[in-house]
Design a protein around this ligand. Structure first.
Ligand SMILES: NC(=O)c1ccc[n+]([C@@H]2O[C@H](COP(=O)([O-])OP(=O)(O)OC[C@H]3O[C@@H](n4cnc5c(N)ncnc54)[C@H](OP(=O)(O)O)[C@@H]3O)[C@@H](O)[C@H]2O)c1
Length: 307
């Protein structure tokens, strides 16, 4: 059993990571204002406050710190570049230093969006990023400062879907909600990615820590597909009408931040390091479906602070 400190615990990854670890490990989380009444220990603080990081590390005294806190909305990052830099670059660098000084194993979460999408096929960890906007630039800078401050850290570039606290945080929830209410929506046919069920991402991060890995790894699904195709897969799995999803090009969208159209990452380095194949897309989607039948979204949402 390890003592784990998880930041960003109200987020899509953070909350599902807590679910995957709390039965086997001693889990402490950092939350600003959203969680309450949960079967894990909650440290209430804003990590950008002076001394907050030192306070949580010295209170929880973790073996592992997994940093899921971020400013992860691309359009909000474009409008708030200073805040994006503080959360996505400076805070992770501070964490990397503090963990090195205290002998804590550190995992920092980055993104598949660091590449410009110009490559044909899957990006490897050896490929050079070329971020297209504030979010990917601040995340890429975060990767670099973390690994230069603390070469023993793990930096994981991810892409995931799953059930979230708000019910609105993941693309899968967006498709599920609109399909259920038969609302017409569109899906990009010219943006390709490698979605992974967030619970699979969480389990892989724990395996990486147990194996004492370090450095940069791609931790995404092994199957590439367009965002439109992803919506269709969800419709089919839940027995919903896929015709409500219209195929659309990202070139005609009104999104603020520029987006890469190829987010496909190779996971060869990770599967070799772990000595196993990564989970299949179909297995993850089946689990996502079963979670709904078993009341998993309601369970994680019950930790929400009611105002
Ligand atoms: N979602 C994806 O598919 C995806 C794809 C690529 C990379 N990623 C990366 O994966 C990681 C987790 O993403 P996510 O989707 O789980 O993000 P998320 O749902 O937006 O959660 C972000 C978390 O950070 C917390 N946070 C923000 N500012 C904070 C502060 N000043 N002090 C303390 N906590 C703060 C938020 O707390 P509040 O709730 O209080 O704001 C929230 O819990 C991020 O590094 C993101 O860049 C995600």
């Amino acid at each position: 059993m390890a003592r784990i400190l998880i930041t960003g615990a109200s987020g899509l990854l953070g909350l599902n990571l807590v679910q995957e670890t709390m039965n086997e490990h001693d889990v402490h989380v950092v939350d600003r204002s959203k969680l309450d009444n949960a079967p894990f220990k909650i440290l209430k603080t804003d990590l950008l406050n002076a001394g907050a990081l030192e306070f949580v590390l010295d209170s929880a005294k973790p073996d592992w710190l997994i940093n899921c806190a971020a400013l992860a909305d691309l359009d909000v990052c474009e409008d708030n570049p200073l805040l994006a830099r503080r959360l996505n670059t400076e805070l992770p660098a501070q964490m990397a230093r503090a963990c090195k000084d205290r002998g804590i194993s550190f995992v920092h979460i980055s993104t598949d969006a660091v590449f410009d999408g110009e490559k044909d096929g899957f990006y490897t960890e050896e490929d050079t990023p070329n971020p297209l906007g504030v979010y990917p630039q601040t995340k890429f800078n975060g990767e670099q400062t973390v690994l230069s401050e603390n070469p023993k850290a793990i930096v994981a570039r991810v892409n995931f879907y799953g059930w979230s606290l708000s019910g609105k945080r993941s693309l899968a929830e967006f498709f599920y909600e609109n399909l259920t209410h038969q609302k017409s929506i569109s899906g990009f046919t010219d943006v390709k990615f490698c979605p992974m069920l967030v619970n699979d991402t969480a389990r892989l991060l724990i395996k990486m820590l147990n194996k004492h890995l370090s450095g940069l790894y791609h931790v995404v699904g092994s199957q590439a597909m367009s965002k439109y195709q992803f919506g269709v897969e969800i419709a089919r799995k839940f027995g919903l009408k896929e015709s409500v999803i219209s195929p659309k090009s990202i070139k005609t969208s009104s999104l603020t931040a520029r987006r890469s159209h190829n987010l496909c990452l190779s996971t060869q380095k990770l599967s070799t390091a772990l000595g196993e194949s990564l989970p299949q897309f179909s297995t993850g989607l089946q689990e996502f479906y079963t979670q709904l039948q078993m009341g998993y979204p309601q369970k994680i949402r019950s930790y929400q602070l009611l105002r």
